[in-house]
Design a protein. Structure first.
Length: 355
C-alpha cells in the first residue's frame, strides 16, 4: 500500500464554501431551524501548478461530512464531489437541512486510482450555522503525513537544562504539511532525557501526548538516547492510514558545568620555561570527570599555551610581561584563569677601567 501512495504527487485543492441559513418545516408543525452549506472545490490539473504543503494530484473525489462536534455523529448524509475531468475544474454543491449552531466539517480527498480507495488528504474545520445569515470561508486541503522531521535549536543538551524539540510532518513528495495532528513524544531512555511538563512533582514523564508539534525535554544525565515523536491519524475507517508516522532524533546529553578551577592559579616563568596546569570542572559542587577544555593565552608575546589532554595544558614563557591563560569549558560559559608573569630579561653590564 505504501508503494501505491508513493505514486502520488502534489496537487492543491482550494475549497470555498458559503453557509446560507434559513428555517425548515411547514407553517403548521414547528421544526428545528436549519441552514444550508454551499460548497465548491477546484481540482487543479497538474503538479506544476501546485504550491508547497498541499495534496496529491491523484485526488479524484472530495467527501464532505458535517458532524456534531460533541459526539462526532453526522447531522446530514455524506456529500461527494468528483473530479469533472482529467484537466480538473470547479465543482459546487449545496447541502441543506443542517441544524443551526456550530458544526464540524470534515473535508477529505480520495484517490480511486489506488486499489483501496485510500484517503490521501483532509481538512477539518468548524462552521457556525445561523438562521438568516450567510457565512463564507475558504480552505486549502492538506496532505497526510508520510514522515516526520525532528530537530532542536538547543545543542548540545545539558544535564538539568531544557531543550525544545520540533516536529515537521512531511508529505510523500517531501513538502511540509500544516495541520491539527495529535503528537505523542517519548524518550528511548528517560534516565538520559525525558519529556518535561514543568510541574515540580512531575517534571519528568515517560511520554507526553499533545496537539503541539513542539515538546520540551530535560537532560537528566550524560549519555545518548533517541527522542521519538509519533503522529496518529484520527480517521478510523481508512486502514492504510492507521499506521502511525514516527520521527526519531538521536540526542546526546552532555554534563553540565557551572565552575572551573585551574591549578596552579598563577605562574612565574622565565623565557622559554614551561609549566603544566590542570583544569577541573564542577557542577553543583561536585567534580565532573571527562570534560574537555580549551586553553587561550591573552598575549602570546608573553606566554603561549598548548592543550596536552582534555583537561591539561602546558604554558611557556615567551617574553617579559604579564598575561592570563583562560581555561574555557567548551559548551558552557564556565571559565577560570591563570595569572602568568614573565620577568624582563636581565642586562649584564661589564665595567672596565683603562689605565
Amino acid at each position: 500500500m505504501r508503494n501505491q501512495l508513493v505514486l502520488a504527487v502534489a496537487l492543491i485543492a482550494i475549497a470555498g464554501f458559503s453557509i446560507l441559513a434559513g428555517c425548515g418545516g411547514g407553517s403548521d408543525t414547528p421544526q428545528a431551524q436549519t441552514g444550508s452549506l454551499t460548497y465548491s472545490v477546484t481540482f487543479l490539473p497538474l503538479p506544476d501548478a501546485v504550491e508547497t504543503a498541499v495534496i496529491y494530484p491523484a485526488t479524484d473525489s472530495i467527501s464532505i461530512d458535517i458532524v456534531d462536534p460533541a459526539d462526532g455523529e453526522p447531522v446530514v448524509a455524506r456529500t461527494m464531489l468528483n473530479r469533472p475531468s482529467p484537466e480538473g475544474g470547479r465543482v459546487t454543491t449545496t447541502i441543506t437541512e443542517i441544524p443551526i449552531g456550530t458544526q464540524l466539517i470534515k473535508v477529505k480527498g480520495w484517490s480511486f486510482e489506488n486499489a483501496g480507495g485510500n484517503l490521501i488528504s483532509r481538512v477539518f474545520d468548524t462552521a457556525l450555522i445561523q438562521a438568516g445569515k450567510t457565512t463564507s470561508k475558504n480552505m486549502i486541503m492538506q496532505g497526510y503525513p508520510f514522515s516526520i522531521d525532528l530537530f532542536t535549536d538547543d545543542s548540545p543538551v545539558l544535564v538539568d537544562e531544557l531543550a525544545a524539540v520540533y516536529a515537521t510532518p512531511k508529505a510523500i513528495n517531501g513538502d511540509t504539511l500544516l495541520g491539527d495532528y495529535t503528537y505523542t513524544w517519548a524518550s528511548s531512555d528517560t534516565t538520559i532525557a525525558a519529556p518535561y511538563v514543568g510541574a515540580a512533582a512531575m517534571a519528568q514523564i515517560a511520554s507526553a501526548e499533545c496537539d503541539s508539534a513542539e515538546q520540551v525535554f530535560i537532560g537528566v544525565a550524560r549519555g545518548n538516547c533517541e527522542l521519538r515523536c509519533t503522529l496518529v491519524h484520527e480517521d478510523d475507517h481508512v486502514e492504510p492510514m492507521q499506521v502511525p508516522v514516527v520521527g526519531v532524533l538521536p540526542l546526546a546529553v552532555n554534563p553540565n558545568v557551572d565552575e572551573v578551577i585551574v591549578d596552579p592559579a598563577s605562574m612565574e616563568l622565565g623565557t622559554g620555561i614551561s609549566e603544566d596546569a590542570t583544569a577541573t570542572a564542577k557542577y553543583k559542587g561536585n567534580v565532573v570527570n571527562d570534560v574537555e577544555f580549551s586553553f587561550i593565552s591573552g598575549d602570546t608575546g608573553v606566554a603561549t599555551v598548548v592543550g596536552t589532554s582534555q583537561a591539561t595544558c602546558t604554558v611557556t614563557g615567551a617574553g617579559g610581561g604579564t598575561t592570563e591563560i583562560t581555561a574555557c569549558q567548551l559548551y558552557t560559559s564556565a571559565t577560570d584563569t591563570i595569572a602568568v608573569t614573565v620577568p624582563e630579561a636581565g642586562l649584564d653590564v661589564i665595567i672596565s677601567s683603562v689605565d
